[in-house]
Design a protein. Structure first.
Lengths: 112, 116
């Protein structure tokens, strides 16, 4: 069965360190997204990609970057982790404008 | 710009009561899609329903029903005869259809607690 997986599922890091969260999907979807979930804010879009070599900023992109070198993967990098980036991160993918969004299981990141 | 508002932050009811979760959206597009997702305490996000802007028929799936009203830009979700297993955070989301806007924008979520 096709799926979308995230790793690591849990990570604790220190302020200032670089962190990369991996996202891999086997749906062959062109569209991939990263969201963060915080209490009181719901799911907020960080970055998204419509295909290989395409990346776009979402509403909360500061301090984050993504790259899309193939269809399956969209890694999310925190260049210099900050305590404000402590959150649960969800990767998702979908095909087209009407398709449902398929989510990974989430990655809980704690920045100390 | 697209926007989704779920004004109810938390709702708590007793089991077997009916409960309605409100969702109001804003969009300039004439073609768009609305979604509801459920996030149980285990944390995963579960797709419940998708509705396109041209289909205003209400949808019923077991104890779940959805009322889409374009006139009020609302897409409300009702659970009939609620059960403890319905306890979760519920998200409403909007996706506009024009080229380059294939992202979903989510509301803040409503935390629903069903008490036995």
């Amino acid at each position: 069965d096709a799926e979308i997986t995230q790793s690591p599922r849990h990570k604790i890091t220190e302020t200032g360190r670089q962190v990369t969260l991996a996202c891999h999907q086997t749906w062959n979807h062109n569209n991939m997204f990263w969201y963060r979930q915080d209490l009181g804010h719901g799911l907020r879009l960080i970055h998204y990609s419509y295909g290989v070599q395409d990346t776009n900023k979402g509403e909360v992109s500061d301090g984050y970057s993504v790259s899309r070198s193939n269809t399956e993967d969209l890694p999310l990098t925190l260049e210099s982790a900050a305590s404000s980036q402590t959150s649960v991160y969800f990767c998702a993918s979908r095909q087209g404008v009407a398709g449902e969004l398929f989510f990974g299981e989430g990655s809980r990141l704690t920045v100390l | 710009a697209q926007k989704v508002t779920q004004a109810q932050t938390e709702i708590s009811v007793v089991e077997k009561e009916d409960v309605t979760l409100d969702c109001v959206y804003e969009t300039r597009d004439t073609t768009y899609y609305l979604f509801w997702y459920k996030q149980p305490p285990s944390g995963e996000l579960v797709f419940l329903i998708r509705r396109n802007s041209f289909d205003e028929q209400n949808e019923i799936s077991g104890r779940y029903s959805w009322n889409f009203q374009k006139s009020t830009s609302s897409f409300n979700f009702t659970i009939t005869a609620s059960q403890v297993v319905d306890s979760a955070v519920y998200f409403c989301a909007l996706s506009e259809a024009y080229r380059g806007a294939q992202k979903l924008v989510f509301g803040q979520g409503t935390r629903l607690t069903i008490n036995p």
